[in-house]
Design a protein around this ligand. Structure first.
Ligand SMILES: Cc1cc2nc3c(=O)[nH]c(=O)nc-3n(C[C@H](O)[C@H](O)[C@H](O)COP(=O)(O)OP(=O)(O)OC[C@H]3O[C@@H](n4cnc5c(N)ncnc54)[C@H](O)[C@@H]3O)c2cc1C
Length: 461
């Protein structure tokens, strides 16, 4: 395993505010998050080695052959998710599981995609043995959404030339969460490409320091104040647009080239999809537990738990957690072997992921409703309560929530839902797994019981 900070100095082109970032780990936009990732990685060789790793590698690289393997993975994901309130979604287990799934299912995939098995073997083994971090970028720039042809938009990432060394690509992919920190990017297409879009139907796994690749970051939501903005100071994962201006991608990184059918089969490969979605549902549970915990704390500190509407809101938040928990259990319990790989049941994971896009919004609303003005009834800094002891009685709520605790809780809650980081998360939970309008429609269109529901309706007439 190599050091994260050293790896980030590999010559990758990370842009922030129009300037090339020369030292990512020390830059104000990234410092706190890099420290968090380092701490989490450190757990693998420290106190939680047993829970996080198997034969020296993180469990996200384990090819599961039995239900117990999924349970071990779940525990490992949960440790990192809980350590970040479920906020850090791209600690890499998600995209590592895509790689692991493709690797595990490589023999089958090689029957559709020539040389897939040898390429993914090399990529997977390199990532696993070096404990590399990764992310995925699958979406085109947001423009011309109503037009479907490749000519419609020069911004779409496409192959412009093939050479002996590889393919030259031009265009962009968006948005790649965690792009500045990670070592590799999985570049693919969210949507199925048509025959007229062959130039766009590619799948690559590329290193972050690929020559010519520009990683253009959004505005940072990071804070340097770990006391008053505890989440923003630690967990801003950053999102970036990846710009390829005639970049050479060597053949070894090209998994699919201009093949809509193969690109789509890889994108929806049942093994990679099930393993990666498994991680997202574990993280979702952790995030919803944080929502419920914060709402409970706010309700208790304001002494409003006796009101029916508050009880209803709190009950709803717990039901959300328990629903996701039940779906996760069922997905694991009804999982089965697929080409010798034990995968969770995607139907239940899909239900959980779709529900999550709405649950989180409901959770934010509950925190607003319960917290009310208490979310902002704080001094600018917690520290000033020390220099102004005479104010403490005004900012305290009860013996349990003295002025410091109450102020810290309100600031935590505000950071969770009201800060720029919090707003980003509301958007993230709604969209990270695709546009919910279409994921719900896909759920309906692909549901295995669709016929049965229709038959029921006609049978009772
Ligand atoms: C914070 C955040 C982090 C993200 N991180 C990642 C990441 O790491 N990797 C990654 O690959 N992606 C990431 N995503 C992007 C995610 O994949 C997209 O947001 C998602 O696929 C929706 O695409 P879009 O945002 O371009 O919205 P659009 O597709 O442009 O949709 C915009 C609006 O138009 C409607 N619309 C557009 N087209 C259609 C259509 N054909 N039919 C019906 N309605 C339509 C949508 O319903 C929506 O209301 C992230 C998104 C967010 C918000």
């Amino acid at each position: 395993m190599t050091n994260l900070k050293e790896r980030m100095q590999d010559g990758r082109s990370v842009w922030y505010g129009g300037k090339l970032v020369t030292n990512i780990a020390e830059h104000h936009a990234f410092r706190g998050t890099v420290q968090t990732i380092e701490q989490l990685l450190g757990l693998q060789t420290g106190a939680l080695e047993q829970e996080l790793t198997c034969e020296g590698v993180h469990l996200s690289f384990l090819v599961p052959t039995a239900r117990e393997d999924l349970q071990r993975k779940e525990k490992a994901y949960k440790i990192w998710a809980d350590a970040t309130f479920g906020i850090m979604s791209r600690l890499s287990e998600y995209s590592r599981e895509i790689e692991t799934g493709w690797y595990a299912n490589r023999k089958y995939l090689a029957t559709i995609i020539p040389h897939f098995d040898t390429k993914i073997e090399r990529i997977y083994q390199n990532s696993r043995d070096r404990d590399l971090l990764s992310t995925a970028a699958a979406q085109d720039l947001q423009r011309n959404r109503s037009r479907a042809t490749v000519e419609a938009d020069n911004g779409q990432l496409r192959v412009v030339k093939k050479t002996e060394e590889g393919v030259i690509v031009r265009g962009a992919k968006t948005i790649a969460t965690a792009a500045p920190y990670v070592d590799e990017y999985i570049i693919s297409s969210f949507h199925k490409r048509s025959d007229t879009q062959r130039a766009l139907a590619n799948t690559f796994i590329i290193p972050a320091n690929l020559q010519g690749l520009q990683i253009v970051c959004r505005e940072s939501f990071a804070s340097s104040d770990a006391v008053n903005a505890p989440l923003s100071a630690r967990y801003d994962e950053m999102d970036a647009v990846l710009i390829f201006e005639d970049v050479l991608i060597p053949w070894e990184y090209v998994l699919v080239l201009e093949d809509p059918d193969a690109a789509w089969k890889l994108q929806v490969d049942p093994v990679a999809a099930a393993l990666s979605q498994h991680q997202t549902v574990v993280r979702l549970k952790s995030k919803l537990q944080s929502v419920a915990g914060i709402a409970y704390g706010l309700a208790k500190s304001a002494d409003v738990t006796g009101f029916l509407n508050v009880q209803n809101d709190l009950a709803n938040l717990i039901m959300q957690v328990e629903t996701i928990e039940a779906l996760l259990r069922t997905a694991q319990h009804t999982g089965e072997l697929h080409n010798g790989i034990f995968i969770p049941n995607r139907q239940y994971l899909g239900t959980a992921r779709n529900l999550g896009t709405r649950y989180y919004a409901t959770g934010v609303e509950a925190i607003q409703q319960i917290g009310a003005s208490g979310l902002l009834q704080t001094p600018a800094t917690t520290e000033e309560l020390a220099s102004h002891p005479e104010w403490r009685e005004y900012f305290s709520a009860s013996d349990e929530f003295d002025s410091t605790k109450r102020t810290m809780l309100s600031k935590l809650a505000w950071d969770f839902i009201g800060s720029p980081l919090g707003s980003r998360h509301a958007l993230y939970e709604r969209f990270y797994s695709g546009d919910p309008v279409r994921t719900y429609a896909n759920y309906y269109n692909n549901h295995p019981q669709q016929q049965a529901f229709t038959q029921f309706a006609t049978s009772i007439l």
